[in-house]
Design a protein around this ligand. Sequence first.
Ligand code: S5P
Length: 275
Amino acid sequence: MSSKSHLPYATRAANHPNPLTAKLFSIAEEKKTNVTVSADVTTSAELLDLADKLGPYIAVLKTHIDILSDLTPQTLSTLQSLAQKHNFLIFEDRKFIDIGNTVQKQYHGGALRISEWAHIINCAILPGEGIVEALAQTTQDADFANPQERGLLILAEMTSKGSLATGTYTERSVEYARKYKGFVMGFVSTKALSDTLPESKEEGEDFVVFTTGVNLSDKGDKLGQQYQTPESAVGRGADFIIAGRGIYRAPDMVMAAKRYREEGWRAYEERVRGN
Ligand code: S5P
């Protein structure tokens, strides 16, 4: 039995209890795109240029904010304005992985002030359930500005060769997502995971699946990255495809983003039709 969703984004948006996930599906529907661009560039100018040029074609912009060599508060406020202008969400791919007390300080406050500008964050569950509990709890702080617009993805699998995020690790990811579903939007994984632990699945469960390692021209890189096409990723259950170098390293990144958008959307339409 396949656990990937055959429902249109519009239906999922209308029915979803989590406001940020509902908004994400609405953006996908409205802009006809399931592309997340992984903006792994290293200067603020490149990041903001990319966000402005690709904004119309993406649903989400994923950052690794700590790889910018010249990050300033201005970078983040301009990025937020561009997210509003083009109607995309910002996903900081920080992959939190520590004890609860530490991740709370890394997420809310600190040098990067991630909770102030990133709609979506992610974490690995190597530390156990406490990391999810701690991040969810942070949004309840009295000074936390907009808890309704914040959500977490659990990194349930990885695309790199020899990844250890398999088996029990992936099962626990699903278990914690169910337990903290008010804050957990879904997973970063290579396929839909809803049928993992079927005995504890609730009626109407609708986790969002982000799949990274999407590239139309390469099979991988020299450091163990492994790629699949948008069609294959969406066919396996990706609701959002994440592409980095395939887009920002292309000779014309706007053309590339449009192509990933078309391919990702076509695959989504086929899935909804039941193919
Ligand atoms: O399993 C994973 C999870 C993530 S979030 N594999 C990944 O590659 N990523 C991230 O996706 C990685 O950190 C990078 O930002 C992006 C892939 O970039 P690309 O240039 O290989 O498309």
